[in-house]
Design a protein around this ligand. Sequence first.
Ligand code: PGA
Length: 237
Amino acid sequence: MEKIVVANMKMNLELDEVNNYLEGIKSWETDGLVFCPPSIYLPYFLGKGYEVGIQNYAMYENGAYTGEISAKQVKSMNINYAIIGHSERREYFNETDDIINKKMKLGVKNNLNIILCIGETLKHKENKQTEEILKTQIINDFKDVDDISNIIIAYEPIWSIGTGLIPTNEEIYNTTKFIKEVINELYNKDIRVLYGGSVNDDNVTILKDIENLSGFLVGGASLKPEKLKRIKETIIC
Ligand code: PGA
């Protein structure tokens, strides 16, 4: 399966920085890269022909929801990817599995490639509850979702996001295997799994050896074009 690197730029970069960023990536071969800038900048990336994703969309179909963007509107802009269930949304915006499940169904209905983030806290890890937590998230987030062909799971241990701490290759391999097994039990299908959490241009040279991964979700390091380029070139020829 083809590998991808998803650049989750979060709520970073102002317009002049975005222009510099676009200048920085201008001459690249960007196959396999998905840029997820703050929504207001998406048209600039789309205008240059890049593959893009939105960082979030509404749990409602349409209507009077000030400040929200619907899955249908996302698709209508030719934005093919969407991140949902990121731990920052779960934590700071109180997104429950129930809300994420509503978004999953809207994403599937509108033919978006969904990148669903799941992951455990440090406390869960220390209590050896990682598998239990991930399984619960999967079961709840996928409830009544019938078609998983456009869904990718991003395994993002919460304790690893933005901290510089990452699990060992063996831990990531085992957890990814577990995630695939849970999906296989539910759907009898394979699912693509990305790893995210403190991925950078150094550690990717080690992480790239994890054989059941389909790529990476990169936050901080994706803000520097030259770092993102090295990450991409390490895993995609
Ligand atoms: P990070 O973020 O690479 O800065 O740890 C990853 C993410 O939150 O998706």
